[in-house]
Design a protein around this ligand. Structure first.
Ligand SMILES: [Zn+2]
Length: 88
């Protein structure tokens, strides 16, 4: 159910999608009925991008990493209501 709250502790995430549960219940905005557009706001996140410089002086990104300290909030893309509690 609820994810544990990270207070002061740095939580590392890798941007990878490997969730096999695609037949979950759909999220429906209880305020406007929207079920298509949503967005997420990640507070206090630090993104690290590791580069390798080539001989021509070009920077090639080799790895990206995000450290999320603050809460992740989920909003309706139509009426912008906070729907964090609906997302699991
Ligand atoms: Zn809405």
């Amino acid at each position: 159910m609820e994810k544990s709250i990270y207070t002061g502790k740095v939580h590392k995430i890798r941007v990878k999608k490997a969730f096999p549960y695609l037949t979950k219940e759909k999220i429906l905005c209880p305020y406007c009925g929207n079920e298509e557009e949503f967005y997420e706001v990640i507070e206090n996140a630090t993104f690290y991008v590791h580069y390798i410089q080539t001989e021509e002086g070009k920077l090639e990104p080799v790895e990206e990493e995000a450290e999320v300290v603050g809460p992740v909030k989920f909003y309706c893309g139509v009426c912008h209501a906070d729907l964090t509690y609906l997302k699991k």
